[in-house]
Design a binder for this molecule. Sequence first.
Ligand SMILES: C[S@@+](CC[C@H](N)C(=O)[O-])C[C@H]1O[C@@H](n2cnc3c(N)ncnc32)[C@H](O)[C@@H]1O
Length: 394
Amino acid sequence: MANDSLKQLLQSHLAWWGLRQFTSDDAYFSWQRETLSPDEIIALLRAVEEKRHGSPASETSFYDATAQPRILPVLYSQRYDYYMAVGPRVADRVDGARSILDVGCGVGILTTFYARQYPDKTVVGIDRSPASIARAQEQATALNLRNVQFECLDLDHRAPALSVDLILATHALLQAEQDPGIPSRSWKTFERAVDGQQQGEFERRTGIGAKLDHLRALLSARGRMIVCEKTRQLARRIPLQRALAARDLGLIEQPELLRYRLVEEIADDGPFFVLGVGTAHERQWNELPEPDEGSPFEGAKLKATSTGPDAPLYENHWPSAQGAWEQLRDRQLIKENTYQEPDGRQLHVELGQAQEGVYLYCANTFDQRQLVIVEPARRGMLEVYYQEIVNSPL
Ligand SMILES: C[S@@+](CC[C@H](N)C(=O)[O-])C[C@H]1O[C@@H](n2cnc3c(N)ncnc32)[C@H](O)[C@@H]1O
């Protein structure tokens, strides 16, 4: 099915669910105030606050609250563009599967979309939020869908009794958004040690290990899995990739990075992974930082390209700053400090002199890099920044 027509079908499906697309926070929040009573808004804000604590119980009570019929369209309209980014991409790839499992399906907005588009396929949605599953079931009945079922189940503890050809896990496996992932070997590199203990701890504390073990056991021999989580940071992407690879899941397609709006806020998400059972898949897992928006570094031309008397000669707050720092000519340290935490976190800061100018470089084991270069006469400015970092390093 062409992607454009899937998009149109999804738009009318979202409208059926009562969702609206907003591009302005003002318009969205005034609709929220018109639609919900002050008490409902307070209850919702409380649930959002509680979800931040990150316990499974508080998270489930948040999702239970959002499944209430008056709250649902208001809250999930914030995710309108997320549905438009994920739904058609998934729906475009379900061909060949007869049975589909949608893990952490929530209220079933996307699950019912897939079931509507493919009446010849069996779709099962599971979620641990009882109110979300009740709503999903009700909506499927209202849509007269006969090929979809929902089950309330906590995947951390058990798997549904099924065998399926395709598993969908979109924003469902790595809910612990607070988890920073695993640090790099040192501030000098983006590389992660291949360390079974560290990986095991990540899988245990986020619960992804148990979830993937349960899911993998349901997949048929030629089964596929589509995974899209909030793992744009390398520190989270690498352990997710390693957890998938360790369960014999390989890349079928080049992973795709997603960008969409949460009303006005830009969300960078994904990657969108399409995976198959077996290691025969040709594409390699990539553990490098993604290309970023840092300015290209051309040392010899810096002075000529400076944008103004008060602007630094060069500034880069992206991982590519590391490559620029490595290229500095005749680098000489003025002073440096490296801080180390027992959990492996490191932060390094250095002030130095190179042919290009006086520079401040800051790097940590969670892939943050920062390089600023100024003329020698403006060294005092970088001394101040250096001291600020030294005063509150981690
Ligand atoms: C952000 S929602 C995503 C819903 C849907 N997959 C989507 O893409 O819109 C995450 C859902 O995962 C569910 N979930 C989280 N951990 C779970 C677990 N261990 N077992 C089952 N469901 C879980 C939550 O209850 C919630 O409904």
